[in-house]
Write a protein that binds this ligand. Structure first.
Ligand code: ADP
Length: 637
């Protein structure tokens, strides 16, 4: 016996026990899902084997018929799920089953709030897989052997789910994994064959691997006859759902299939099922989930769209079959004409894949457009979960820019609360008669956007402004400069040109005011020196004394802040300070004879403008100091 074969007792990582407890508590009301989870794992293992065997036939060990077998033992109150899939080595067992190697589980724990109701919602987002066995079992035994390794390399793992587990090397003749659940006393129903059959047909009917159980035998054998040994019979239909004709498939079947491939507990929002014939033949079945997965922002996020070739699972390959901004879409593409030994490299430059991908995009966008049109409530739910991802679209997918933008929803100065509910079409529809542009403001919070001095003139003229407060919005507007021929214009960039909204008269008036206050502008410019690029009289302000703007082609102040927060370099752009001469404070400053006090006031004006757009002062202490000096002056005077 090698050292490796020793039976070891290992502690679970503390987190595993925590997850186990939570799983048992929160999924108890829906306990039969454990079977779906275990069958999903078994079918994944079978598909992995089929894939690896494409290049190494020996892995089949002369038994190429992949299947999952479920057996029950009423007397011993056990339920066993066996697959002849890829199996696991000892190392793989200890890495995947006893630890939180899986970053998903760790994130799950981080996201846990301690509030039971909330946390059980979370479980749906993460998927608990193997651990769900402990919902109904007080002991789980797993015996497995990696395909291709000798029968002496079997591994037996066992745990009662309470802190530790044992692991030892054993003999195992057949490859694959047997998982035996020692059912809790009050869960004896799961040792009943009919009960298991009904769960399998509910949850796992559509998976492409056959699920078998021993046939039921009723009554006593005839006199003088031996009872025949029961035979294995297939209890699921075992045809891949996506190969069946749409008209035959019930909504619930789509939903169950989605849960299987998406590792999700909730029904999807929508699906698109298509069969394409002709030069490039394939089937696709795509789903839009109801809820964003915890790892949507993970660069290595998996479980997107799976690629099959003639029913053989090839890979989880979200990015080749779906662009990143649609990475939340889950589903299956099954090609009839790609070679089975298709590699990732080959996918990179493959016309067929490219055309499948662009058709996928069109289907998903079409599905979303239809949802937006027919079921606003559902679409609002979609937008809430996935809007920020979709906003990456215009930067990534130039060809579909306008369609993607058409799906977007924004909070605006005229919408209710902070809800993102206004489409660009709706915005355009209610534009002012002479309005030419779509105006927006970016800020890092809804309040900062809504109360920004930049909006004052727009309020006065009753012009709607989009309030963009998601981080990705800066990225979005830098790639979406137009929608249906209307230019998107930041209200905080460049000289405010209201176009036709501004009549010639008011333009003239502004010039006149600027002329009148030329001295003031000069004095402030001098006092602020290097801190600003320019000082000018504003036509944006009605209530505030001053605001900051940047040049038309410069990076917005908000984006500079976002970059800095992310620890990235942002180019130093100096702001333009615009002042409102009708404001009493500015009028007062204008009258200030003392040069030093004037400089203090000018500085405060600039700092205030920075603060009111959510910016940070370069030297907050100096600001406080100046303010105090002025307050003392006030009380002295
Ligand atoms: P997930 O399936 O979400 O990764 P699980 O806890 O269900 O999480 O499973 C963890 C890992 O254990 C799987 O990713 C797989 O590598 C391995 N595993 C589980 N069940 C089996 C099985 N029947 N055969 C082979 N490997 C398995």
């Amino acid at each position: 016996m090698t050292v490796d074969a020793h039976k070891e007792t290992m502690e679970f990582q503390a987190e595993v026990s925590q997850v186990l407890n939570l799983v048992i508590r929160s999924l108890y009301s829906n306990k039969e899902i454990f079977l779906r989870e275990l069958i999903s794992n078994a079918s994944d293992a079978a598909e992995k084997l089929r894939f690896e065997a494409l290049t190494d036939d020996a892995l089949y060990e002369e038994d190429p018929n992949l299947r999952i077998r479920i057996s029950v033992d009423k007397e011993r109150r056990t339920l066993t799920i066996s697959d002849n899939g890829i199996g696991m080595s000892r190392q793989e067992v200890s890495e995947t089953i006893g630890t939180i190697a899986n970053s998903g589980t760790r994130k799950f724990l981080e996201a846990m709030s301690g509030d039971q109701a909330q946390d059980s919602q979370l479980i749906g987002q993460f998927g608990v897989g193997f651990y769900s066995a402990f919902i109904v079992a007080d002991k789980v035994t797993l015996v497995t052997r990696r395909a291709g390794s000798g029968s002496e390399h079997g591994v037996r793992w066992e745990s009662s789910g309470e802190g530790d587990y044992t692991i030892e090397t054993v003999e195992k003749a057949g490859r694959g994994t047997d998982i035996t659940l020692h059912l809790r006393e009050d869960e004896a129903e799961f040792a009943e064959s009919y009960r298991i059959r009904s769960i399998v047909s509910k949850f796992s009917d559509h998976i492409a691997i056959p699920v078998e159980m021993l046939e039921e035998q009723y009554g006593e054998p005839e006199e003088g006859e031996e009872r025949k040994a029961p035979e294995w019979e297939q209890v699921n239909s075992g045809t891949a759902l996506w190969m069946r004709s749409k008209s035959e498939i019930k909504e619930e079947e789509y939903n169950e299939f989605y849960k299987h491939i998406g590792h999700d507990f909730e029904d999807p929002l929508a699906h698109a099922h298509n069969r394409v014939e002709g030069k490039n033949e394939y089937s696709s079945l795509l789903f839009i989930p109801s809820r964003a997965p915890f790892d949507m922002w993970d660069r290595e996020q998996k479980h997107g769209v799976k690629l099959y070739v003639r029913r053989v699972f090839i890979m989880d390959e979200a990015d080749k079959l779906m662009p990143r901004y649609l990475r939340f879409v889950k589903g299956v593409v099954d090609s009839d004409d790609l070679p089975l030994n298709v590699s990732r490299e080959l996918l990179q430059h493959n016309r067929k894949i490219d055309s499948i991908r662009s058709a996928n995009v069109k289907r998903v966008l079409g599905l979303l457009e239809k949802m937006a049109k027919d079921d606003g409530e559902k679409f609002a739910k979609f937008w809430k979960e996935f809007g920020t991802v979709l906003k990456e679209g215009p930067a990534e997918d130039f060809a579909n820019k306008e369609r993607i933008a058409g799906l977007m929803r924004f909070a605006t100065t005229k919408s209710e609360g902070r809800e993102q509910s206004v489409s660009l079409d709706a915005y355009i529809e209610r534009m002012q008669e002479k309005q030419e542009k779509i105006y927006y403001i970016t800020a890092d919070s809804h309040a900062a956007a809504l109360h920004s001095p930049h909006l004052e003139v727009f309020r006065k003229k009753d012009v709607e402004v989009l309030l963009l407060t998601d981080r990705v919005d800066e990225w979005l507007v830098s790639h979406l400069s137009e929608f249906k021929g209307k230019h998107l214009q930041s209200v905080a960039k460049g000289a405010l040109d209201l176009g036709e909204l501004d009549d010639a008269e008011s333009k003239e008036a502004l010039e006149k005011v600027a002329e009148e206050h030329k001295d003031l502008v000069e004095r402030i410019t001098k006092a602020l020196g290097e801190r600003v690029k320019e000082v000018r009289i504003s036509n944006r302000l009605t209530e505030s004394p001053a605001c900051l703007v940047v040049g038309d082609y410069e990076m917005s102040a908000n984006l500079q802040r976002v970059l800095k927060q992310m620890g990235q370099d942002a180019p130093e752009t100096k702001p333009i300070l615009e002042v409102n001469p009708t404001h009493p404070l500015v009028a007062k400053i204008e009258q200030e004879p003392d040069q030093e006090t004037f400089a203090d006031l000018a500085s405060i004006l600039l700092d205030q403008a920075t603060l009111s757009e959510g910016g940070q002062l370069e030297d907050p202490a100096a600001f406080v100091h100046r303010l105090n000096r002025l307050m003392l002056n006030l009380s002295a005077g």
